[in-house]
Structure formats: C-alpha cells, structure tokens
Design a protein around this ligand. Structure first.
Ligand code: GDP
Length: 315
C-alpha cells in the first residue's frame, strides 16, 4: 500500500488536503500540520492549523470563515465579554470543546499527536493528521512597529497589520520531529510529498525548521511537489504576499515561492495565470493548473492533477 504525505498550514493547506483525502483511497493520506501557530490562551492550548485541518477533513468546518466549526454559536464569547475577559481571539462554543478537552489531556500527560489522532478518528477522518512535533514550537514575529510579537498577537489581534522584519520559531532548534513524520519520509511506500498552498514563511517554514526535516525531505526518494499559494502576484487570503516585500524578498510571485523552497522541490504547480513565470523557475519541473479552490470539485481536480504530476516525476 502506498501513501501520500502532505505538509500543511491552515486554511489554504486544508483546502488541498480535503481534495487529496477525497481522491485517495482511505488511509492513503497523512497530513503533517504546522504547530508554530499554537498558543496558550485563557488557560487553553489552541492549535489552529491542526483544528482547521481536522474540521475541514471531517466536513464540520465553517465555510464562511475558513476557520472554526460550522453551525457555531458564540455564547461563551458573549459571556466572557460581559465579565471583562479577552475576546480578541474568537472561540465558538463548539470549537471550545476541542480546546478544553485537548488541554485536559495534555495536562494528564498525553502527547499532542495522540490526542489529535484520537480526535480525528472520533470525527470519522480516515487520513492521519500528525503535528510536526510533539514538542512546543512557537512562531514569533519581529515587527517594525511593535518589536517581537507572539504569532497570534500579530496574526489575529493585530490582523497581520504590522510590518514583519524577521521570524523566529521558538523551540524549533530543540524540537524533535514526530517520529512517524521522519519514518514516513524514509518509507519505500511513500508515493509523493505534497507541500500544500500554505504560507511558505509562517506555515511551512516552521515545519522545515524542525531539525532533521529538511535533510529527510532532501533524502526522500519520493517526488516532492509544492503548490503555489500565490496566484497572479497576490495571496488568496492572509499576509503571504505582503510578507515577501517585508522580509526583503521583493514582489510576491509564484516563482518567488519556488525559489524560496529551492532545491527541496522536484516539482512545482503554479496557476495557469502565472504561465509567463515558468521559465524563471530553476530546478523543479513546472506544471500549470487552475489552483484557485473555490468549490469541492476544484479541490478534487487540483488534488488529482498534483498526484498525477508527482507520479510522472517518479524514478
Ligand atoms: P493559515 O495557516 O490559516 O494562514 O493557512 P495556510 O498558510 O495554509 O494558507 C494561507 C495561504 O493559502 C495563503 O498564502 C493563500 O494565498 C493560500 N490559499 C488560500 N486558498 C487558496 C487556493 O484556493 N488556492 C491556492 N493556490 N492558494 C490558496
């Protein structure tokens, strides 16, 4: 039995992960989630990318927001506001159950990966969802205006407004990649690695910062294919495009994302609107596709295309 390993952040990554989960046979997909966005808030451990993936793959995600659960109610938030609690990070009533239960189990000594795996099974998801590490990694952002900020303070509280000059993945240097992550990369049954169209700096960056991951990807015999999160010089959502200039990488382009990943890639999928940039990409083979995923059909079509393209690079 072969399997596909996807690396993903939250919203953009989860769209393709859902497509992959629907076109691959059950159990043939494993998704490694960024945990650099995780944080402690109101006494709870919150793992936004794990939860976005879990809710999307379970079909209980909120299509309007791209995060959180569908059919959500907000009684907890309203009651919290009444008593003067912090409400800048919105936690719906249903979503809250995830954080409360995860926090309880972490405090009882279970690993994040064991809890994540149990939650996904109970929600009926066949694909594995694997935190990149069970050791805490916390992304921090050095901004021009406010100096170093914790990631969610930057991303949610300040709506990614401040100018980002540097990133730090606190804890990454001593974090151990999840053993199943490294084992998957060395497994002869690995069919391909798909780097989802996630923010390369703050969603895929922390995964690649865990010691051993880059080397294992470079040594991996299966094709490694990334999908561009930049379409026509813009991000579909979020700060990916503006981070290019802020981090000194020039204008946001699909080819710039490929250059950022460098020789990790065997293949690169970018949108057909960016066809003119294809000749600028050195190294990976390039394929063009319609990469904007609005509908479920879009997600499945892109997933099929990416898998076929990756298969064509084998051997
Ligand atoms: P976050 O952790 O929630 O910010 O999510 P990700 O890092 O996984 O996703 C953010 C990135 O996804 C942004 O750079 C978006 O441009 C990209 N993205 C969102 N939707 C799509 C889509 O439909 N197609 C492509 N190609 N990229 C997308």
């Amino acid at each position: 039995m072969s399997f596909v390993l996807a690396l993903s952040g939250g919203v953009g990554g989860a769209k393709l992960a859902l497509g992959l989960s629907r076109v691959l046979p059950d159990e043939d997909l494993r998704v490694v989630a960024n945990t650099g966005d995780d944080f402690e808030h109101l006494g709870l451990t919150i793992c936004p990318d794990i939860d976005t993936l879990t809710y999307a793959l379970a079909g209980v995600d909120n299509p309007a927001t791209g995060w959180g659960r569908r059919d959500e109610t907000w009684n907890f938030m309203a009651a919290l506001a009444e008593i003067g609690g912090e409400t800048w990070f919105r936690l719906g009533d249903r979503d809250l159950a995830t954080h409360v239960e995860r926090t309880r189990r972490l405090r009882a000594g279970e690993t994040l990966s064991a809890i994540t795996d149990d939650h996904r099974r109970r929600l009926g998801i066949a694909a594995r969802i694997l935190p990149m590490s069970d050791d805490p990694v916390r992304t921090r952002v050095r901004t021009e205006e406010q100096g170093w900020l914790d990631f969610q303070d930057y991303f949610v509280r300040r709506q990614a407004g401040p100018t980002v000059r540097a990133l730090d993945f606190a804890g990454a240097a001593t974090a151990r990649p999840h053993p199943e992550f490294l084992a998957a990369l060395a497994d002869p049954a690995l069919r391909s690695v798909v780097i989802c169209p996630s923010n390369p700096f703050i969603s895929i960056g922390p995964i690649l910062a865990v010691p051993g991951v880059r080397d294992a990807l470079a040594a991996c015999r299966a094709p490694v294919v990334a999908v561009s999160p930049i379409i026509g010089g813009a991000a579909v959502k979020g700060p990916t495009a503006k981070m290019f200039a802020e981090l000194g990488l020039g204008a946001p382009t699909a080819s710039g994302v490929a250059a950022h990943y460098g020789d990790l890639l065997d293949g690169y999928v970018m949108d057909a609107v960016d066809a003119g940039e294809a000749t600028r990409i050195r190294g990976p083979r390039v394929a063009l596709a319609q990469t904007l995923m609005k509908t479920l059909d879009d997600r499945e079509a892109l997933a099929r295309m990416v898998l076929e393209f990756a298969d064509s690079l084998r051997g």
